[in-house]
Design a protein around this ligand. Sequence first.
Ligand SMILES: [Zn+2]
Length: 122
Amino acid sequence: MGSSAFGQLRTSLAEYLAEIWSSTKQGDDRAVAVLARKALPRLVEALNAVLDEHSPDADGRCASCRSRRFGRTPRPCRAYLSAHLCLLPAADEPEPVPVAPQPRRSVVVAEPARRSVLRTPS
Ligand SMILES: [Zn+2]
């Protein structure tokens, strides 16, 4: 990816997203819930920041997506199209299977250790 400042930025962002992806796929439900509470607001904010850079018109054409100076503006806006395809399920996509809540385990508290009485020689 390169050692430039942008390369480091790209690498750290890719690592952050890979970590979230991996933790979400492999973590237990509690860990995923904790991660989601922490990461989702940031991800939504990041996506909104990206989408704010794009202003498609009523036909979906976006000047920010223009690839060449005199090229046609693509339609629909690539940022909105990508976000839509990634976030909104397709009509034929199966619904996720709900995860049954796990029964709570009772907590066993250890008995306090008995103090041993040290006898000092008198
Ligand atoms: Zn755009």
